[in-house]
Design a protein around this ligand. Structure first.
Ligand code: ATP
Ligand code: MG
Length: 409
């Protein structure tokens, strides 16, 4: 797919901007703070309904106004679709599909993007929440139905947390605590949680070979990247977790470790069995949960472990290696989305690739390698402060962004 038209009203710094785009490479060039990222952020927003830069949508609405509108015409094969989102501070988005009001969940999946930005360094260096969000955003893009499961899980988790806190406080006062509501929350948390864990595990397995391949390509064979899903339920159940060092080599211990990893992942993808495991684990830790006022097992405590060679990337990888790793995660996402034949658009569902300020951070060799890797994508949107940062291999349409004006050339 590609975006053929983009129109913004009161989005970020833009009062109004209308752009006609083409397949292939488009670069937005301009000095710092001129509004380049704002443009590509708007395109990415249409696919995830969230910004890679801020948690709350308020910052997306132009200062002094009440709401923003992002409108795009996207083309799958030769089928155009008009997507429109109205972002109103503090309220739910309003969506339209081909000019007719639509539920936002029906719009999910229509626009598919993969965005790589400097913030992605946090995927490698930051806390697990970044990596969970990375997985969940991609899970939802691949299977829009799971957006509801994700939202349900978050809701139940909050309500269960509140109940645990009040139960803990009551117990400390010596009051009698009725725990029957907690049983209900346990059931709902386990039901939604197991679906989320299963989907994330499936995704990690799909991403794994692409991450290894993309890392090798970006870094020119300097180290093997491997990703693993770390589940709090395994920890609670005493299931052994294997590090990349355990899996290294062809000797019997490594072979056995690889088999154990396979078994562990199969178990995480078995939703009914996993639901039971989560329920049983919650039963075992209930006392502790009431004491601490937090839910101790479930996907909100899980992580995506990134290894480089036999070492974890976090805490060990250099700045450049971390950067390449983050890039490999995004490129692998792109490959998984492109491979996905479950989308209603089939092969025309290939996502738009967005590279925000990426080239300035890479040395010349890595730049060229990345350029070669993405040159074949159906549509690539690039931002750069200076034209020289865009590799020659990515020659294409060019817009200059200056003082809120976007002009061709
Ligand atoms: N809600 C908003 N209302 C008005 N202006 C905003 C809003 N959000 C961001 N801006 C302005 O948009 C500008 C930033 O735009 P953007 O991040 O797109 O810049 P950029 O061209 O990508 O710069 P850089 O090269 O530094 O990455 C800033 O000047 C900021 O003040
Ligand atoms: Mg920027």
């Amino acid at each position: 797919m590609y975006v053929s038209d983009l129109a913004l009203n009161d989005f970020r710094s833009y009062h109004e901007v209308v752009l006609a785009l083409e397949p292939g490479v488009t670069a937005f060039v301009g000095q710092n703070g001129q509004g380049k990222t704002n443009l590509v952020e708007a395109v990415a927003y249409l696919s995830t309904f969230s910004s890679h830069r801020v948690a709350a949508d308020a910052a997306l609405v132009r200062q002094g106004t009440d709401g923003a509108v992002v409108r795009a015409k996207v083309v799958h094969g030769d089928r155009p679709t008009l997507v429109e989102l109205e972002i109103v501070s503090g309220k739910a988005n309003r969506a339209r599909l081909n000019r007719a009001p639509a539920r936002t969940r029906d719009v999910l999946g229509v626009v598919r993007t993969v965005l790589f930005a400097p913030e992605d360094l946090e995927l490698v260096k930051g806390d697990p929440a970044h990596r969970r969000r990375f997985l969940d955003d991609l899970v939802v893009l691949l299977t829009p139905r799971l957006a509801g499961v994700r939202a349900e899980y978050d809701k139940v988790l909050r309500q269960r947390g509140a109940l645990l806190k009040s139960a803990g406080a009551a117990r400390r006062r010596g009051a009698r605590v009725d725990l029957s509501t907690l049983d209900v929350w346990d059931g709902q948390l386990a039901a939604a949680g197991s679906q989320l864990v299963a989907a994330r595990t499936r995704l990690v397995r799909a991403l794994r070979p692409f991450v290894a391949q993309a890392y090798e390509q970006v870094s020119a064979g300097q180290g093997a990247a491997r990703i693993d899903y770390r589940a709090s339920i395994d920890n609670a159940d005493g299931v052994a977790e294997h590090s990349a060092a355990d899996l290294d080599g062809d000797e019997p211990p490594a072979l056995a470790a690889r088999e154990a990893v396979e078994g562990r992942e199969m178990a995480l993808m078995d939703v009914p069995a996993l639901t039971e495991r989560l329920l049983a684990a919650m039963g075992r830790v209930r006392q502790k949960e009431i004491d601490r006022g937090v839910s101790l097992v479930g996907p909100h405590r899980d992580d995506l472990v990134l290894s480089l060679g036999t070492l974890p990337a976090k805490g060990y990888a250099s700045h450049g290696e971390s950067w390449s790793y983050a890039l490999a995660l995004r490129l692998a996402s792109y490959e998984v989305l492109r491979d996905d034949d479950s989308s209603p658009w089939g092969v025309d569902g290939e996502p738009v690739l967005i590279l925000d300020d990426v080239f300035a951070e890479l040395d010349t060799r890595r730049r060229e390698r990345l350029a070669a890797m993405v040159a074949g994508a159906q549509q690539v949107l690039i931002t750069a402060a200076v034209p020289e940062d865009v590799p020659a291999a990515l020659d294409g349409a060019r817009f200059t962004v200056h003082g809120g004006e976007v002009s061709r050339g």
